[in-house]
Write a protein that binds this ligand. Structure first.
Ligand SMILES: Nc1nc2c(ncn2[C@@H]2O[C@H](COP(=O)(O)OP(=O)(O)O)[C@@H](O)[C@H]2O)c(=O)[nH]1
Ligand SMILES: [Mg+2]
Length: 380
């Protein structure tokens, strides 16, 4: 575009000169009245300054001139629009970046969340580890066989509750221990090692049956091996006034049972045998096999060493005994031996004896009583 200023006396002069110099396409952009500079200007007439412009690209005709200006304006507007669009696009891009940032931040959030979860899992594992440690140290502190420990832990791990370890331990023992079912049999036989309290326990059982239950009771002993053993039971039978038979050989067993056929209950005492002496135990089994309709109780003293329980259970395992009677519980507080006996033997405990007093110091026990005793919830 060509722009030119003219200082003229009037507009006619301006128009003539503009047309002459710029041509008919020129347009007047502005006009203003001016004076000549200096003092002289006050004495000369006012002049007019006219600014004219010519679009050099469209100087063919006047109509086009206006159009070209419009076009220029349009172009300018288009440029501005493009600029706006570009700006908008830039802003949008910015927003997208921001959004990307947001999605980034949501990824970050997820990562944080996952980290938290991992930490929680680790914590849970830690809790589980801690729990496992609690179980391990609790079970480790027990004076029982490794097999029994394994069996208990195995059962504890099956328990799906938040109970304390002691409670879980009790629940596990309840699952493992067999329960004694009270079977009414006419004949009850006590077997077991020497000195565990077989004879005394027979006296207690017979006494309770005769004195408390008012039953007709008979006694038999096959323990003719030890000096005084016969006398010991004979004395009890005399005190309690109940019939008593001594069987010296396997043949005499039928005869003795026949003689006592009127009795409601017959208790048979046996010679103490070492669990390691398989010969003696086989002999005992031969006696027992001759006896019909019987219950066999293996008598074990709770004062024995834990490792001996396995030997006893193994040795006497050849005789299919029905229950274990634990004696001398008054002399020990080592109730953990009961755990090994019940787990290794897998036979229920029927009675416990708690002193030398006949017939008082004996107690029929349930599985729960034994568990309470082991964990210390019961004292005797
Ligand atoms: N402290 C205590 N002693 C008992 C108990 N049962 C039996 N005894 C004693 O253990 C010893 C051996 O008992 P005994 O019946 O002769 O055993 P056996 O050899 O198996 O017949 C005796 O001195 C009994 O008084 C008990 O429950 N507690
Ligand atoms: Mg005896």
């Amino acid at each position: 575009m060509k722009v030119k200023k003219y200082v003229v006396k009037n507009m006619n002069e301006a128009m003539a000169r503009i047309r002459n110099e710029l041509g008919k396409d020129a347009i007047i952009v502005s006009q203003r009245k001016i004076r000549k500079e200096g003092i002289k200007g006050y004495f000369t007439p006012k002049l007019i300054e006219v600014t004219a412009a010519l679009d050099r690209y469209n100087k063919d005709n006047e109509g086009q001139s206006m159009d070209s200006i419009k076009a220029l304006i349009y172009n300018k507007q288009e440029e501005q629009k493009k600029a706006m669009i570009a700006k908008e696009q830039f802003i949008q891009k910015d927003k997208r970046i921001e959004n990307t940032d947001n999605s980034n931040s949501s990824i970050i959030k997820e990562v944080i969340e996952m980290k938290k979860m991992i930490k929680e899992l680790q914590n849970n594992n830690a809790i589980e580890d801690k729990e496992d440690n609690v179980i391990d140290s609790f079970i480790d502190n027990l004076d029982i066989s490794t097999e029994s420990k394994k069996r208990i832990i195995e059962e504890i791990l099956k328990i799906d509750t938040d109970n304390e370890i002691e409670e879980k331990f009790k629940m596990a023992l309840d699952k493992i221990f067999p329960q004694y079912e009270d079977k009414e049999k006419k004949i009850e036989i006590l077997i077991g090692p020497t000195g565990v309290g077989k004879t005394t326990t027979i006296a207690k059982l017979a006494g309770r049956k005769a004195l408390l239950e008012k039953k007709k009771v008979g006694l038999i002993t096959i323990d003719t091996y030890r000096i005084g053993a016969v006398e010991q039971l004979k004395t009890y039978s005399e005190i309690m006034n109940i019939p008593f038979k001594v069987v010296y050989s396997i043949k005499e067993m039928d005869k003795a049972l026949e003689e006592l056929k009127d009795c409601d209950s017959i208790f048979i005492d046996t010679t103490g045998r070492s669990a390691k002496n398989t010969m003696q135990i086989s002999e005992l089994r031969a006696y027992i096999n001759k006896i019909p309709n019987k219950l066999i109780h293996l008598v074990i003293s709770s004062t024995i060493k834990n490792k001996d329980i396995k030997v006893i259970l193994q040795g006497y395992g050849v005789i299919d005994f029905d229950s274990i009677i634990f004696t001398k519980l008054d002399e020990t507080s080592n109730y953990e031996i009961l755990i090994d006996a019940l787990i290794d033997g897998n036979k229920p405990i029927s009675y416990m004896t708690l002193g030398q007093s006949v017939p008082d110091d004996i107690k029929k026990v349930s599985k729960n009583f034994i568990i309470d005793l082991i964990v210390g919830d019961k004292i005797i």
